[in-house]
Design a protein around this ligand. Structure first.
Ligand code: OAD
Length: 247
């Protein structure tokens, strides 16, 4: 197996997806055939899905909360913590996962591009209430209400058809600019992601455009596999701990 050299010259941007949590027992999106209660997940996890049937949306996220609360980080998460400790500010982890497992493992420089399963916010755009921590598994048949404005509360998740937080995108962009202009080696590694959902799926092209080196660790070929220069097929919990050569 190839190894990824992580030395004092290296800047590393990591992108993770649902596959990295699979070995912890969190189901991937496309692994459920992209369906939940026989509905395409895109129709549940969307503003339209929430407008049409908020009960169903809260059933989905309450079930995911219950599932994610009972799992633990795996050796793939731990490897990324070790890499970050080694590289310090030359490391950034962008994750599409909302399960919070990277932070629970000990990762600190994390951008949760798609939000966090254990946060809730008001669905009323006029309401000033900030997103808040919320581990509640709401009983089926309930939609929590906002104590400030009486609107419906919703999960603090970036749904299909919604924009990512510009501050998150800026953090990733800033890191990439610093890496590309550092005079060092800029490496991008994607792990456990099907490369189907943008803008995350386009990061590989941006890094290549900036002269960076690109790596993919995935169980199955991803939709954007061919755009990576190095590709390792396998489980992230097995591959990542062996891949990095920290010098
Ligand atoms: P997907 O479910 O689309 O893809 C998971 C990928 O992980 C697949 O390509 C699998 O082959 C791979 N995989 C499975 N087990 C693995 C393992 N143990 N090690 C390594 N790879 C493994 O998940 P994402 O790419 O994260 O968006 O999906 C992207 C976004 O689409 C999600 O964040 C979510 C979703 O619907 C929102 O919720 C907004």
């Amino acid at each position: 197996m190839e190894t990824l050299l992580l030395d004092s010259n290296t800047w590393l941007l990591v992108l993770t997806g649902a596959g990295v949590s699979a070995e912890s027992g969190v189901p991937t999106f496309r692994g459920m055939n992209g369906l939940w209660e026989d509905q395409p997940v895109e129709q549940v996890a969307s503003p339209e899905g929430f407008a049409k049937d908020p009960l169903r949306v809260w059933r989905f996220y309450s079930q995911r909360r219950a599932g994610a609360a009972g799992v633990s980080p795996n050796p793939g998460h731990d490897a990324l913590v070790a890499w970050e400790r080694h590289l310090g500010d030359r490391f950034l982890l962008a994750t599409q996962n909302v399960d919070g497992l990277h932070s629970r493992a000990g990762s600190q420089r994390v951008v949760e591009m798609h939000g966090n399963l254990f946060k809730t916010r008001c669905s009323n755009d006029e309401c000033k209430r900030a997103p808040f921590d919320d581990t509640t598994v709401y009983p089926a048949g309930t939609v929590p209400g906002c104590k400030d404005c009486g609107g419906l509360l919703r999960p603090h998740i970036v749904w299909f058809g919604e924009y990512l937080d510009p501050a998150d995108l800026e953090r990733i962009q800033d890191f990439s600019l610093r890496a590309a202009s550092s005079g060092g080696r800029f490496v991008f590694l994607a792990a456990g992601t099907s490369g189907a959902v943008y803008p995350a799926a386009g990061m590989v092209d941006q890094v290549r455009g900036a002269g960076g080196e690109t790596w993919l660790v995935n169980l199955d070929p991803a939709e954007n596999s061919r755009r990576f220069q190095h590709s390792v097929q396998g489980k992230s919990g097995e591959v990542l701990p062996k891949l990095g050569r920290l010098v």
